[in-house]
Write a protein that binds this ligand. Structure first.
Ligand code: ZN
Length: 282
């Protein structure tokens, strides 16, 4: 409820301003090969970086308890090694990146605010080489670095309860009550982790820059996305969860190819496919 002491005119003007911020698409950054100049999108975010960490920590408690995780040391070492290499190249270094492999055939991945990534085994099995696995992980690191999760939370919050924002941003302990009042729960797959197409394009831009500076090829990203989109356009009636959560439309595909063309990517030898997954029971 809006506080009666707040002038109506100022409330309307401020709400319009905030809505305008939300409707503004993420501002495109012109990448410079080899330079870490990516910045988060211009979309509004009412949460602090510390709250990203706190929301992530709470989410992990739920996810680790409810999601079946792959226990294989071989798989975990493989994935965590790639993630650690890429995390060092993230434009946001003040959060802790962490990765878990979910023992599910679903084609899905998601990243909580604060940097914890969950990749489904089904998505990893779709990758043909290390470059494509790295591309999946780099894209998720990019979502965390750009703080897309709490951007989406801010969007939901503003649409559902703008007056409560004007009454005061959440304190360090207040975000839980705010989310609860909006009916947003920290389930293993919360609604705020479905990104917009602008956020996807930004994540792709950042991921390409991370991959370009790494030992992995940026070409792994369009390669794995093409496979995922191929599943969506095939006869299967069920859309892969990845397509639902990470909408990669025609514009995103064109922009991704354009970003890579700007980089003079040297062709790199592809490592063998990941055959060891087949030995892990579901
Ligand atoms: Zn995405």
């Amino acid at each position: 409820m809006m506080r009666s002491s707040y002038p109506m005119r100022a409330w309307v003007m401020t709400t319009c301003f905030l809505m305008g911020l939300l409707l503004q698409p993420g501002r495109a950054q012109t990448p410079v090969p080899g330079q870490s100049q990516q910045t988060p999108s211009m979309s509004v975010n009412f949460f602090s970086l510390q709250q990203d960490r706190e929301i992530g920590a709470e989410s992990i408690k739920v996810a680790d308890k409810e999601l079946p995780l792959v226990g294989s040391r071989v798989v975990n070492t493989y994935v965590k090694t790639i993630a650690a290499r890429l995390a060092l190249l993230s434009p946001l270094q003040s959060i802790q990146y962490r990765i878990q492999v979910v023992n599910s055939k679903t084609i899905s991945s998601l990243t909580y605010p604060g940097g914890t990534i969950y990749v489904d085994r089904g998505l990893l099995e779709l990758a043909s080489n290390d470059h494509e696995v790295a591309a999946i992980i780099a894209h998720e690191i990019a979502h965390a670095a750009a703080r897309h999760g709490t951007q989406q939370l801010s969007r939901q919050w503003l649409v559902q309860a703008p007056a409560s924002i004007l009454a005061g941003l959440p304190g360090n302990a207040g975000w839980k009550d705010q989310l609860q009042s909006l009916g947003i729960s920290l389930s293993p797959h919360p609604s705020f982790l479905r990104y917009s197409s602008n956020q996807e394009m930004e994540a792709n831009r950042i991921a390409v820059q991370i991959l370009f500076k790494s030992v992995y090829s940026p070409n792994g990203l369009p390669a794995i996305l093409e496979k995922i989109n191929g599943l969506a356009t095939a006869e299967s009636r069920v859309l892969p969860a990845y397509v639902y959560d990470h909408p990669q439309g025609t514009e995103a595909t064109q922009q991704l190819n354009s970003e890579i063309e700007k980089l003079n990517v040297v062709s790199r030898v592809l490592n063998p496919a990941l055959s060891f997954y087949s030995s892990i029971p579901l």
